[in-house]
Structures are given as structure tokens and as C-alpha cells.
Design a protein around this ligand. Structure first.
Ligand SMILES: [Zn+2]
Length: 210
């Protein structure tokens, strides 16, 4: 696997640590070490990023992690693992950021689902925009929310013919489950910068699937 060109953008250490911990939980330490080696990140073995919000983790390295997942487990296996890692990363730790945004408190819990989504989905976008160089915005349509990542750490520097930002889908699904109080939602990546699109775009159906 070729090294990914460096980016001028960085992810907060904490988000990367949460993601790496989720990957380790899913595939075990040996699996994770294989991923880190393949991604040209052997210095991270037993030396994970610190648990702080400093923007020090290059988008290129996060993209390499995701590429290595696919290389090692195949497109389908890698996709499944990335989705799971995204969901678990949110469930484990990222929800704490949401709590800071007031999404988990009692007044929020009693809102009807449409209001929860109308507040919660933009709150998720704001969290990522505030704590990293990943610029995210949300547009509400009649039946869906369009969640747009304008600078994407997941597919940075990649060239593909299908969308590949699965860990972002997992994070969104984890976030939606939490915001809604336990529902599952269909999230489809409709544009991907790695395919030549200007942004990575995720369409979230407002009606839950379960
Ligand atoms: Zn992307």
C-alpha cells in the first residue's frame, strides 16, 4: 500500500484514540498491529495518540488506517469493520461530546423524534467542526438530512470508484441511535471526495428502520 500524501489538516488526538481503541476491541491487538504496520504507522503500536483535543493527527494517517482495513480484510470485510468501529467509537466516548452540547439531558429526551433529529444532527456536525479540521454541515430536506463533510479525514488522498467513508457512516449511525434514544437509521454516502466529488455527502433518512 502506497503512503498517503500529507494533509494540511489534522484530527484531534482524542478522536483518533477513540477510533483506535474501537478497532482494537473489534479485531484484537494483533489485528490492530497488522493494520498499523500496513498503514505505515508502526510508531503507533503501543503508543496511541494522547487523550487530548490537540489537532495533531494528520488526515493522511487517518485515511491510511482506513485504507489498510480494506487492504487487509477485503472491501466487504473492511467495510463491516469500519462501520462497527465508527458505531462503537461513538457509543464508547464521542457521546460525551454530545452531552456537552446538551443532547443527552432530560429536556432533550422528552422531545418528539423529529425535534430530536433537528437539534441532534446539526449538533454532531458542530462537534466535529469544533474539535477538528473536519468541516461538517447539515441541510434538512423533507424526508432526509444531508450531512456534508467538506474536508474528510477518512478518504484523504484516495482515488476510488465507490464511496469509502464507512467509519463516518458508523459514527453517524452511532450518533443517530443515541440522539433518537435507540433507533437505527439508513445512512447512505452519496458523494465521496475520493471519487472526485467536491464533498463527502451522507443522506440520512428521517424515518428510522428499527
Ligand atoms: Zn470522505
Amino acid at each position: 500500500m502506497d503512503p498517503v500524501p500529507r494533509s494540511e489538516y489534522n484530527y484531534a488526538n482524542k478522536i483518533v484514540l477513540i477510533s483506535i481503541n474501537a478497532l482494537e476491541e473489534i479485531m484484537g491487538k494483533n489485528g490492530l498491529n497488522a493494520i498499523l504496520n500496513l498503514a505505515h504507522l508502526p510508531h503507533l503500536i503501543d503508543n496511541y495518540p494522547p487523550n487530548n483535543l490537540d489537532r495533531e493527527f494528520n488526515f493522511a494517517d487517518f485515511s491510511a488506517l482506513n485504507t489498510a482495513l480494506e487492504e487487509l480484510y477485503g472491501p466487504k470485510g473492511g467495510r463491516g469493520l469500519a462501520l462497527r468501529a465508527g458505531r462503537e467509537a461513538f457509543a464508547d466516548s464521542l457521546r460525551n461530546f454530545g452531552a456537552m452540547a446538551g443532547v443527552g439531558d432530560m429536556a432533550f429526551k422528552v422531545l418528539p423524534l423529529p425535534a430530536k433529529l433537528r437539534i441532534g444532527v446539526p449538533a454532531m456536525a458542530r462537534i466535529f467542526t469544533q474539535i477538528s479540521d473536519q468541516l461538517s454541515t447539515v441541510e434538512e430536506r423533507e424526508n432526509e438530512f444531508v450531512y456534508t463533510i467538506h474536508r474528510c479525514p477518512v478518504c484523504w488522498g484516495r482515488k476510488v470508484d465507490k464511496p469509502v467513508c464507512f467509519i463516518a457512516i458508523g459514527l453517524l449511525q452511532g450518533g443517530l441511535k443515541w440522539v433518537s434514544g435507540g433507533s437505527e437509521f439508513r445512512v447512505n454516502e452519496s458523494k465521496c471526495i475520493a471519487m472526485g466529488d467536491e464533498v463527502c455527502e451522507f443522506v440520512i433518512q428521517k424515518i428510522p428502520i428499527g
